[in-house]
Design a protein around this ligand. Sequence first.
Ligand code: 6PG
Length: 471
Amino acid sequence: MGGKCDIGLIGLAVMGQNLALNIESAGYQVAVYNRTSATTEEFIKKRADSKNIIPAYSLEEFAGLLQRPRKIILMVKAGSPVDSVIEGLLPYLDKGDIIIDGGNSFYRDTERRARELKEKGIRFLGTGISGGEYGALHGPSIMPGGDESAYWEVEEIFSRIAARTEGGPCVSYLGTGSAGHYVKMVHNGIEYGVMELIAESYDLMRKGMGLSPAEMGDIFRKWNEKQQSYLLEIAGEIMDREDPETGKPLIDLISDVASQKGTGKWTVQEALELGVPLPVITAAVYARYLSAYKGEREEFSRAFAAPEREVIGREFLPVLEEALYLATVIAYAEGMDLLKRASLEYGYGLPFAEIARIWQDGCIIRSRLLKQIQRIYKEEQGVASIILSGEFSRDFAERVGSLRRTVSLAIEGGIPVPAFSAALAYFDSLRARELPANLIQAQRDYFGAHTYRRKDKEGTFHTEWQDIENV
Ligand code: 6PG
């Protein structure tokens, strides 16, 4: 016989603690385990005091506390720690037990673990969980993939702890194998793109228009009345925060070197692998790398003066607002495009409308746009890109001039806007009936006899561009 806890959770860093508390407050008894016992003791003494949370101090004891089939959520650091915990647990598990990896694991690791565990009769769910510390405690967006029978055993718990919109709880079974972690990776890629676009808007306002953080806070808030985007909302709050020590705006004191844990990079690597263009998301990843070139940037700034820039007037603000909106749509379009390609390549059978639905609350990229995206996938299924859908296509047709104007003002002023520029170039390339790739093809054929196709007839052609024998 097993024990009586409904579910177990391993890994008591803040996300794990918050998720355990969330599950407990939804009416379940939770067993918890952490490699360092002191962390468990402290959690039980403080945050979990008088809650229906039972500590275990060894994996054997932990497994013994759980009802069968055991349901175990891992909230440990992605990478080898996940493998070590699984290895440590296996001797105490029975066939049919369920392991749920709730971290930001690389989807190929998830694929491997699912395969290895299946051979041992253990059911595995690679599950993306978004919403940061707050979401974990009050309702995240949950992206599970893997063994479907396992999903239905934890569905009730997931539905009770997830964020909720009028469309239901922000959780849905996304597909086999690594589908859940793949979707979470792309979620994070979009997150990188949108964050970079907001950061570039901030840069244009402070350098081009000379606005103060307090003024920018008001502007972000005003823009967010339409966009209803979590990332825009927190940008507004950040602008208002004062440093308690100096009384200065805190944002002015934060170092301009951005870190990353890898999910944005994986998204871009995947896009390269599958041949899907993701210019905005890629620009966002590169922008973080460039920010880390602090020493080089200092040398460059000493060597090259910035161009004389005219002050951009406040009348430009509505233009920037539209540009941010359109480029943000492009970031989502890129992500959805990668998901579409991956779904075919890996046979996930991803439910796109459901993905757009479960991203509407709890997660970091939640925004009003996702309601429109959900509608598009429900009603315009065949559409090649969300940009071509009813609502968005009209916006692009009428307002793309704002994106163009924003990029050109930034370029003239020497203010780097890699993500805005990438968004515009992506749109202009897709819009172009003719691209200069004919010259690329001709050059490939010239130096390497790689052949080309013609516009006026079928077949593959090669031209003797040079007389190599007689040079
Ligand atoms: C989320 C976030 C979360 C994490 C990011 C940060 O959805 O809750 O995406 O998973 O905060 O992965 O990523 P970087 O450290 O790479 O910016």
